[in-house]
Design a protein around this ligand. Structure first.
Ligand code: SF4
Length: 326
């Protein structure tokens, strides 16, 4: 049976603005198992990246975890000091960002950056680290790996830099990989190659993957499970099949309807009406109610709780609850 890699329980993360704290994540819970890709989707500002930064312990100074517990491979990591987290980051969990230059040092060669972590975290000798680094560059499909080791990041294309970043993270063999929009800045062909590569590495190394994206096409390709976030709230969670074929929450349905189907002659983009709420905005009841076509008085006064309607399929919506009452 697959082991649990990550467990996030009742996480509330808030931002401090003008001495007041505003929740950005509202009681988020989810698990990730080994060899599983969980995609987190939702509009910009819904809390996807704040979730990853909360897990990594890399929140900005004005953010605070008000409540919740984060467990990585059976070890509680929430509340640990940066020194303790440094040991966990890199060895047990790795992160790939949209722009690899945020993680690669422009002043150091690729080889230096790849071997550094292996020497520090894995206790390898320089020779072993060099051989391992070359091996991982080859694994991610980089030709002439030995000569690439001598190059600087600026000498590589965006796609190659992202591959180097993946090689660097995967060479540490993390149990959890967090990928935050890793293919957004790449062109479609390279994007496809990177997705195939991540999937292959996940299977080879039994890694659990948390994949953040706003691109439902990418989700359809790689997700085992999907979490839909709206304004810091988990509104629906299910297997990729459940989310794409039997979605229940009006927001999930709105997101999917907003994907243009270019195969149809009369394709149109059906945007979700209204605007995404600011974090400072007080909304009583369901946070989606100002934009929801089915909102009732109950929706405007009572926060819907997540209910499991079929195995592993959770939805937080009064309408869905009422429609599924026995
Ligand atoms: Fe819409 Fe009400 Fe469901 Fe919220 S709880 S998504 S407002 S029907």
């Amino acid at each position: 049976m697959a082991e649990k890699v990550l467990s996030v329980k009742n996480l509330i993360t808030a931002f401090r603005i003008d001495k007041k704290e505003y929740p950005v994540l509202r009681d988020i819970s989810f698990d990730i198992y080994e060899n599983e890709t969980v995609c987190m989707v939702g509009e910009s500002g819904c809390g996807k990246s704040v979730t990853t930064l909360s897990i990594m312990g890399l929140l900005p100074e004005n953010a605070v975890v008000q409540q919740g517990e984060i467990e990585l491979c059976g070890e509680i990591i929430s509340g640990k000091s940066q020194k303790e987290l440094n040991k966990v980051r890199g060895s047990k969990m790795g992160m790939i960002f949209q722009e690899p230059m945020t993680s690669l040092n422009p002043l150091l060669t690729i080889g230096h950056q790849l071997t550094e972590g292996l020497i520090r975290h894995k206790g390898m000798s320089k020779k072993e680290a060099y051989a391992t680094a070359v091996q991982y560059l080859e694994l991610v499909g980089i030709a002439n790996a030995e000569s690439r080791m001598k190059q600087y990041p600026f000498q590589l294309s965006g796609g190659l830099r992202q591959r180097v970043m993946i090689a660097m993270v995967m060479s540490m063999q993390p149990k959890l990989l967090i990928a935050d929009e890793p293919t957004t800045a790449l062109d479609v062909t390279i994007q496809k190659q990177v997705l195939i590569l991540l999937n292959k590495l996940k299977k080879t190394m039994n890694t659990g993957v948390l994949f953040i994206t706003h691109d439902l096409g990418v989700v359809a390709e790689i997700a085992d499970r999907v979490i839909v976030l709206y304004s810091g709230t988990k509104v629906e969670e299910g297997s990729a099949k459940q989310i794409f074929e039997n979605n229940m929450h009006p927001y999930t349905q709105g997101l999917l309807a907003a994907v243009p189907n270019v195969d149809k002659d009369d394709f149109e983009i059906k945007a979700i009406p209204g605007t995404f709420p600011a974090i400072t905005e007080t909304i009583v009841g369901c946070r989606f109610h100002p934009r929801c076509p089915y909102a009732t008085d109950r929706c405007r006064s009572e926060i819907p709780q997540a209910i499991e309607y079929e195995k592993g399929h959770f939805v937080a919506c009064h309408k869905v609850e009422e429609e599924n009452k026995c």
